[in-house]
Write a protein that binds this ligand. Sequence first.
Ligand SMILES: [Zn+2]
Length: 140
Amino acid sequence: MTDYAKPLPKVTDESAPFWEGCRAQELRIQRCDSCARFRFPPQKMCRHCNSVEFTWAPVSGKGTVYSFTVPTNTSPGELPARGFDYPYAVALVELEGTDGVRIASNIVDCPVDEIAIDMPVEVTFDQVTDEITLPKFRRV
Ligand SMILES: [Zn+2]
């Protein structure tokens, strides 16, 4: 795992509990203690009620594809971007039970031409380094 060459997320004080959850194979999303709304990415303050009190709440990891794209390199002479294995899909997954929280990730274990809007997915965890386990999503 130490030779992982793809881009890695930068862990901040705010996002560290999210990454700790991923290492524990659990998707944890901030939930406002005042208005009970979920939010992602991690933020210090609720944008709905301005409360700074929140809880890291485990969610089911189930969701649906809200939107997605399959990056391609079709320009003549252009090389594929380093660190990416084509073809791959980048998706916005709307998480079940979170009132519309969406997380950007990859859809894996599914041919890219079979990915569709509203396709049901579930989280799967990909440990890429000792510190980073990436949440990705697969078709259910
Ligand atoms: Zn709130």
